[in-house]
Design a protein around this ligand. Structure first.
Ligand SMILES: Cc1cc2nc3c(=O)[nH]c(=O)nc-3n(C[C@H](O)[C@H](O)[C@H](O)COP(=O)(O)OP(=O)(O)OC[C@H]3O[C@@H](n4cnc5c(N)ncnc54)[C@H](O)[C@@H]3O)c2cc1C
Length: 209
């Protein structure tokens, strides 16, 4: 990475054709005076969190456990947490606790990913000042599904409640001092406050709907 630069172009196939994307991407590379490149690929990716990240014997780490954002800026810290929790359990907990511990570790890791994913979804779907078809689709069609997607009964954890609490906090007129350092998975309250007030064009964004 010290000698290379990666360029990416996130697009929605239902909104832009590949030819349009390639032309726009070429224009971007021309502005940056990029004449040579090693590889060019179109990669489709699903957004998901695996229901069984850890079953007591097998651990899914990194992209095998979940994937929820095109830029993946939170991927490594989440992979470190997955490795850390599984090693902690295997090295420090007596083996007789495994059957009870494994579902708890699994639920914690799923919860952590969903909490992070809700924030990232909120950020992408409500947080753009660009009024393009891509962003309108994200805001009007993709994001409104978040409550059903994170329904506690469907996902067997309370990530949605934690996310709602963070959005509730930033909507308060005064935030109590003991809440200033609150985090929801990767993201502290200050990140919620920044996203809610900084980027957006969407007036309803601070109420999370
Ligand atoms: C350009 C770029 C920048 C990024 N920046 C960040 C960042 O700033 N912060 C962040 O948190 N994340 C970042 N990410 C994301 C992060 O790097 C990935 O999410 C993370 O590396 C995924 O880890 P992984 O172990 O799941 O997969 P990988 O790191 O892809 O590891 C999979 C390994 O499996 C090997 N493999 C594949 N198929 C086979 C096979 N059939 N047999 C044997 N081996 C195989 C591959 O060669 C590879 O070594 C970035 C990703 C990219 C591409």
């Amino acid at each position: 990475l010290t000698a290379h630069t990666s360029y990416g172009y996130i697009f929605n196939r239902d909104v832009s054709s590949q030819a349009e994307v390639e032309a726009d991407f070429d224009a971007l590379l021309a502005v940056d005076e990029v004449e040579e490149f090693e590889q060019r690929a179109v990669i489709s990716f699903p957004n998901f969190v695996h229901r069984q990240i850890y079953d007591g014997a097998v651990a899914r780490i990194g992209n095998a456990a979940g994937f929820f954002e095109p830029l993946e800026a939170t991927a490594i810290v989440i992979a470190q947490l997955q490795v850390g929790m599984v090693l902690q359990m295997r090295l420090n907990r007596p083996v007789e606790h495994r059957e009870r511990d494994a579902p708890m570790v699994n639920r914690y890791l799923i919860n952590y990913m969903l909490c992070s994913g809700l924030f990232v979804g909120w950020h992408y779907c409500c947080g753009s000042r660009y009024d393009s078809e891509f962003w309108r689709y994200a805001r009007d069609h993709a994001w409104p599904k978040y409550r059903a997607a994170a329904d506690p009964e469907a996902v067997d954890c309370d990530a949605l409640r934690k996310f709602d609490e963070m959005v509730g906090l930033i909507n308060r007129r005064v935030i109590d001092k003991e809440d200033w350092m609150r985090k929801c998975a990767v993201f502290p309250l200050s990140s919620y406050a920044q996203i809610a007030q900084g980027l957006g064009c969407y007036p309803g964004m601070t109420n999370g709907h």
